[in-house]
Ligand binder design. Structure first.
Ligand code: NAI
Length: 340
């Protein structure tokens, strides 16, 4: 179900204290948007760091996380997913009272039972499909970040109304709130993007780079063509506005023919090196491991071990020729200057 424009009624938030626990990327954006939407009783809960100072500078009452949890009826839980389980145990759970609302921006910890809330509260998710800075920037220009809404526990019987009101308050009804059946669906969609789609796209990009370098193309040229020129980013924007086929007329006919004929070659299994089914099989295996918890166990284990693989792989790719050339090119062409 899609909720938009007039959907959502902020009056269900009247007389309720909303605590944003974690004033980071999402926390700051969502708190500022809610305040601008007219939600009156917003407080911030944060550990004593620069985020807490920022909350005060922005004019919010900022408390420790447990104090805020204690005062609040509706809690936005917006600290990073990896630290949520421990923060929840120590600073949130002891202060939850009957009828409270616990709102997540990610399904991860509920999906994998790393957090198990008491039965006498509502557990909901308004998960923006955007990074925090964009959640704020879009709101400021009169637009909003689309969100997923899911209800995990509906103790009050009003969880959906509250979720819609919160989604409206952060600006999401301006573009759309899509209701999904479970936290797990959000988790799968999110992780499959990260673990299935992006690895395939980036490997394809690395392959293109290496093939061109071998032909004598200077690294800067290969990289500009790949993504440093932002043409690719622009094409993806046009896909969102006009559709994948809809934006095709922006390209030359040679380009259009080349694209669509080779898309079809893969779809129809006519490429001898790799098939669409191979790509789908890779994605399918990632999805299975996301669904059965294998990835979540691998990641929990990695955290407990002190992130050895994580650090080793960042080192490996940071030291790869392509990334070294990329950093050099970004510097030489002054590309980072016009980043916002
Ligand atoms: P973030 O990394 O910006 O969070 C920083 C905040 O968490 C700060 O307030 C900091 O004080 C606090 N914090 C960090 N480590 C802590 C610790 N060990 N103990 C206590 N507090 C700690 O987090 P972000 O990215 O805003 O994520 C928050 C939630 O939003 C997560 O559930 C995430 O999955 C979700 N989300 C994030 C998106 C993104 O693009 N960043 C997009 C959509 C959802």
């Amino acid at each position: 179900t899609l909720f938009k424009n007039q959907d959502g009624d902020l009056s269900v938030l009247d007389d309720r204290t909303v605590a944003v626990i974690g004033y980071g990327n999402q926390g700051r954006a969502q708190a500022l948007n809610m305040r601008d939407s007219g939600v009156e009783n917003i407080i911030i809960g944060n550990r004593g760091d620069s985020s807490k100072e920022q909350a005060k500078k922005d004019g919010f009452e900022a408390y420790s996380m447990d104090q805020a949890a204690n005062k609040a009826d509706i809690l936005f839980f917006l600290v990073p997913d990896e630290v949520q389980p421990q923060v929840y145990k120590e600073k949130i759970e002891p202060y939850l009272k009957e009828g409270d609302v616990l709102n997540f921006a990610s399904g991860y910890n509920i999906t994998y039972n790393l957090i198990t809330p008491p039965e006498n509260i509502d557990v909901i998710m308004i998960a923006p499909r955007m990074i925090g800075t964009m959640v704020r920037e879009l709101y400021e220009v009169g637009d909003g970040a689309p969100s997923f809404l899911a209800i995990n526990q509906n103790y009050s019987g009003k969880a959906k109304d509250i979720g819609l009101a919160l989604g409206k308050a952060i600006g999401s009804t301006r573009s759309g709130i899509i209701e999904i059946d479970s936290f797990a669906l959000e988790t799968k969609s999110d992780l499959l993007m990260e673990q299935g789609l992006i690895p395939i796209i980036l490997n394809a990009m690395i392959a293109k780079y290496e093939l061109e370098i071998a032909e004598g193309m200077p690294p800067a040229g290969a990289l500009l063509e790949l993504y440093l020129s932002r043409e690719l980013g622009y094409i993806f924007e046009k896909m969102a506005e006009q559709g994948i086929i809809g934006q095709m007329p922006l390209h030359s006919q040679t380009s259009q023919y080349g694209q669509i004929s080779r898309i079809d070659e893969l779809q129809e299994g006519e490429a001898e090196e790799v098939s669409y089914n191979d790509i789908k099989k890779f994605m399918g295996r990632q999805l299975r491991n996301i669904g059965n918890g294998k990835f979540a166990r691998e990641w929990s284990n990695e955290q407990q071990m002190g992130y050895p693989v994580f650090h080793r792989l960042f080192e490996k790719y940071n030291n790869s020729e392509m990334i070294k050339e990329e950093q050099k090119t970004i510097k030489e062409l002054g590309l980072s200057n016009d980043l916002t």
